[in-house]
Design a protein around this ligand. Structure first.
Ligand code: ZN
Length: 107
């Protein structure tokens, strides 16, 4: 089970975007990377294509999940996430600070 999911609120804890917050938009699971809304903006040079103008666009770039920390929706603190079985034996995420279940984000 993934600790960070699409739709989660995260805080960036290192790198040049340290301290910024946002919602996870894309989760590249196989590469352990995430794209967060409004964070890690880079300029991309686009070649002219069939239905595209050439130019420079600003896009959100992916970065490694280890640079982000989940913001717990219960205690609103940046926290680490644990995995434990719930009452039905299914895995659930929980906040290591307040120990409450972290619900699946609506995304
Ligand atoms: Zn919490």
């Amino acid at each position: 089970m993934r600790k960070i999911r699409t739709g989660d609120q995260v805080l960036i804890t290192s790198g040049r975007n340290k301290g910024q917050q946002g919602t996870v938009r894309v989760n590249l699971i196989d590469r352990d990377r995430i794209v967060v809304e409004g964070v890690n903006i880079v300029k991309k040079h686009i070649k002219r294509g069939r239905a595209r103008q050439a130019g420079i666009v600003e896009v959100e770039a992916a970065f490694h999940v280890s640079n982000a920390r989940l913001i717990c929706p219960n205690c609103t603190q940046p926290t680490r996430v644990g995995i434990r079985p719930d009452a039905e034996g299914k895995n659930e995420r929980y906040c290591k600070k307040c120990e409450q279940t972290v619900p699946r984000p609506e995304a």
